[in-house]
Design a protein around this ligand. Structure first.
Ligand code: GLY
Length: 579
């Protein structure tokens, strides 16, 4: 990543707007352009950060203001979220980062997904009868994949950043050591999983008070062990996590409790720089995460199918639009269950799945007025959809460089197991493999042979950090948590901007729908009209209203170069700030 040293000049159109207003150009008066809209994005001229926690947004914005680029700010935010948002921000998990340089050079992806330990086996989550034992793949030490976050963030910084790891870690170490004032969401989250978390002494000691009660909103929460762990990374680089004291603590945690991760697993962990998948939609170039995520592939596949319909004309969340979206989603999720896995281990027909001719074939089977039943695979028995927690952030700097990052420990608080002495939670990402081909994971997603467990393999993900370009210029940076719903959440923000002309805050806030083939139902958020639901039912759909889906943090770069940030109101700590 080359970072121009010249001082950034405000975009011409923005200058003209300011001149016509006869006042100095500031984000506040740039906001006047949006007068009359119901939802107002954050506005910035030189940089924009959208994360799921105000404190992470603030420290990342400081990096941009002091001359750092979007990658510097992203790595700083990534470590800060690991402190302020332990339910999903992480150093005990993994994720994906897309980087789109502002000078229109190629978009690249850093894959720091967790890997299966060397001792993992295909049947490790099956009992003696060959039945999947979900408790084991979700809530034990066996559930943890080898964490990738520290190596991934370090690689991003080394290859594309301008600051060193020590500098990027400094705000996180300060937040962990000095503590931060907890918001209501922090307290509510820990209260809601008290029983699951408090069975693990180190988790109880790290995240609850001595008497087992939760920190209340307004109280200060400190994490001295996590501060020491982060300090070791600052002092020794990735070796400060994958070797030495932290590695010893992880391996001891494993061997005391029947886990599989060894010193060699940690030392051998490598993030991988990959080509993102690329598609197009109505003249926009879509870049999103390639395998081992299924996200980008299926966003492009669904967009290809929907490109054949005048979605803008059918209208946002009309029954006709929702019907067609649901039919396209079903087809994509059916393919996901069959074909997707880690391409380092299995062949995935990526170009076929994202080919517009394939979409045309699929579209031909969609009845514009009637739902098709999802009958071909036996129905799953999914656990609650609400248990997942992942987190996404989007950043654009003054040079137009864009970062879209999604990372996770899978469930809210991952496995619930804290590494004793190291102060961070372990992921339960092994549940994203097929415990048994054909049996659904926690999100009700059916996995196939392609996603079977193999040593060193990355488990299939739905995380979909996405960047959209038009005429080689970055225009949209987005992504979301939400397990299986990440794909459809991200898709709808793209459509809300491209098909429905919404500003980014409206696009992020609008009610969403989801269909994943199995179970055969359209899930909707509150805000879809009863008349629309009746029309969908008349077409043969089962419609279920469920809780909010996703928490998509997005940035739109206007034709005028002004940066618009949309923080998702579904997460109360979400924050988009520009300058
Ligand atoms: N653990 C959820 C995902 O990666 O899709």
């Amino acid at each position: 990543m080359t970072t121009p040293t010249r001082k950034h000049l405000p975009p011409l159109t923005a200058v003209l707007v300011a001149l016509s207003l006869s006042i100095p150009l500031t984000p506040a008066n740039a906001d006047a352009i949006l007068e009359g809209e119901r939802f107002h994005p954050a506005v910035g001229l030189n940089g924009m950060v959208a994360t799921s926690h105000t404190l992470a947004t603030e420290v990342a914005l400081e990096v941009l203001k002091s001359g750092g680029n979007a990658i510097d700010a992203a790595v700083t935010a990534g470590f800060a979220l690991a402190v302020t948002q332990p339910r999903s921000g992480n150093i005990g998990g993994g994720g994906f980062m897309l980087i789109a340089p502002g000078d229109s050079s190629p978009v690249t992806a850093i894959d720091y997904r967790e890997t299966a330990p060397a001792a993992a086996t295909e049947t490790m989550f099956q009992d003696e009868n060959g039945d999947a034992v979900t408790e084991r793949s979700r809530f034990t030490h066996l559930a943890a994949g080898v964490p990738g976050t520290v190596a991934g963030l370090a690689l991003a910084l080394e290859k594309h950043g301008t600051i060193d790891l020590k500098t990027a870690l400094a705000p996180a170490i300060k937040l962990a050591r000095e503590g931060f004032v907890v918001p209501p969401r922090f307290t509510d989250g820990l209260e809601s999983v008290r029983d699951r978390l408090q069975q693990w002494p180190a988790t109880r000691a790290t995240f609850y008070k001595e008497d087992g009660s939760t920190y209340q909103p307004g109280e200060r929460f400190r994490q001295p062990e996590l501060a020491d762990t982060l300090q070791r990374i600052a002092d020794h680089g990735t070796a400060g996590f994958y070797e030495g004291e932290t590695a010893r603590l992880i391996v001891e945690e494993m061997s005391r409790n029947g886990g599989l991760i060894t010193e060699a697993d940690l030392k051998n962990y490598r993030p991988v720089e990959r080509q993102p998948v690329r598609g197009s939609y109505r003249g926009y170039d879509i870049y999103s995460m390639s395998p081992p995520s299924s996200g980008g592939t299926h966003i492009i596949q669904i967009l290809n199918i929907l490109e054949g319909y005048p979605m803008g004309e059918y209208g946002h969340n009309s029954a006709q639009s929702i019907h067609l979206m649901a039919e396209a989603m079903k087809l994509a999720y059916a393919d996901r269950s069959e074909y997707l896995g880690d391409t380092d281990f299995v062949d995935v027909p990526l170009s076929g799945l994202t080919d517009k001719r394939y979409a045309t074939e699929l579209r031909a089977d969609i009845d514009p007025g009637q739902a098709r039943a999802s009958l071909d695979i036996r129905a799953g028995n999914p656990a609650s959809y609400e248990s997942n927690e992942t987190t996404h952030f989007s950043i654009v700097d003054r040079w137009g460089n864009a970062v879209s990052n999604t990372y996770t420990i899978n469930f809210s608080y991952g496995s619930g197991i804290t590494v004793t002495g190291a102060g961070f939670l372990l992921n339960n990402e092994m549940d994203d493999f097929s415990a048994k081909p054909g049996v659904p994971n926690a999100y009700g997603l059916i996995g196939g042979e392609a996603n079977r467990i193999e040593p060193g393999k990355r488990m299939l993900s739905s995380m979909s950090p996405t960047i959209v370009r038009r005429d080689d210029r970055n225009v949209l940076v987005t992504g979301s948590p939400g397990g299986s719903r990440i794909i459809t959440t991200t898709l709808q923000v793209l459509m809300n901007v491209i098909d429905h002309g919404m500003n980014i805050q409206s696009a992020v806030s609008a009610p969403r729908i989801h269909h994943q083939w199995l179970p055969d139902e359209i899930r909707i958020e509150n805000g879809i009209s009863p008349d629309t639901i009746t029309l969908l039912q008349d077409m043969g759909h089962t419609v279920e209203t469920r809780s909010a889906m996703g928490a998509i943090q997005s940035i739109h770069i206007g034709d005028d170069g002004i940066l618009y940030g949309g923080a998702d109101p579904r997460r109360s700590t979400s924050s988009a700030q520009g300058y």
